[in-house]
Design a protein around this ligand. Structure first.
Ligand code: GTP
Ligand code: MG
Length: 186
C-alpha cells in the first residue's frame, strides 16, 4: 500500500506515566491546557476537513493505569504512527525511551514495516537541560531511523501541540524513511 492510499490516520500516544499524554490530547481538542485530566482520553476522530492533510485522524491515548502490555502491543500494531512522549524535566525519562519504548515498538511490529515514530519531549515550559537534550535527541535520530521527527512540546504553554499531531499525520502520508529497502545484488 502506498501512502497515497491512506484513508484514515491512526495516531497512538505512548510514554511513561505522567509525561502529559492525556493533557496534550485534551489541549489539542479544547485549545487550552486542561487543569484536570482522566487517566485516559476517549478515542477521538478529527474530521478530514479540519486537518491540514485533509485525512480523517483518530487519536488514541494509552494509560498503563487502565491497560496492560498486551493491549499496548495490539494498539501499536493498529496505529499508523506512534508518538513516544517523555517528560524533559525528569532525569531518566529519556533512557526509558531508549531502553523500553523504542524496543517495544520494534518488537511489536517485528516482521512488518517499521512503525514511524514521533518523539516528543513534553513539559518544555519547565526548566530542563536544553543542550544535553538536543544532543541526545540527535543521537537517537541517527540510531533509530523509524523516528521521523523529534520535537519539544508543552501542553501547558500550547507549544507544538497541533504540530505534534501534524508531524504524526505527515509521517504516515509523506514518509521519509524508506518503506522498501531492496537487497543489494551480490
Ligand atoms: P498517565 O495517564 O498516568 O500515563 O499520564 P499522562 O502521560 O496522561 O499525563 P497527564 O496528562 O495525566 O499529566 C500528568 C501531569 O503533568 C498533570 O498534572 C498535568 O497537569 C501535568 N502536565 C501535562 N503536560 C504538561 C506540560 O506541558 N507542562 C507542565 N508544566 N505540566 C504538564
Ligand atoms: Mg493519561
Amino acid at each position: 500500500m502506498s501512502s497515497g492510499d491512506v484513508r484514515l490516520v491512526r495516531i497512538l500516544l505512548v510514554g511513561d506515566p505522567q509525561c502529559g499524554k492525556t493533557s496534550i490530547i485534551l489541549a489539542l481538542v479544547g485549545e487550552e491546557f486542561p487543569l484536570s485530566v482522566p487517566p485516559r482520553a476517549e478515542e477521538i476522530t478529527i474530521p478530514g476537513d479540519v486537518t491540514p492533510e485533509k485525512v480523517p485522524t483518530h487519536i488514541v491515548d494509552f494509560s498503563s493505569q487502565e491497560q496492560d502490555e498486551t493491549t499496548l502491543s495490539e494498539e501499536i500494531v493498529k496505529a499508523n504512527v506512534v508518538c513516544v512522549m517523555y517528560d524533559v524535566t525528569f532525569e531518566g525519562a529519556f533512557d526509558r525511551v531508549v531502553s523500553y519504548w523504542l524496543p517495544l515498538i520494534r518488537n511489536s511490529t517485528a516482521g512488518g514495516l517499521p512503525k514511524p515514530v514521533i518523539l516528543a519531549g513534553n513539559k518544555c515550559d519547565l526548566p530542563y537541560p536544553v543542550e544535553t537534550q538536543a544532543q541526545r535527541v540527535q543521537e537517537l535520530l541517527n540510531k533509530f531511523t523509524e523516528i521521523e521527527t523529534g520535537l519539544e512540546s508543552s501542553a501547558k504553554d500550547m507549544h507544538n501541540v497541533s504540530e505534534l499531531f501534524y508531524f504524526a499525520q505527515k509521517a504516515v502520508l509523506h514518509p521519509t524513511a524508506p518503506l522498501y529497502a531492496p537487497t543489494s545484488k551480490q
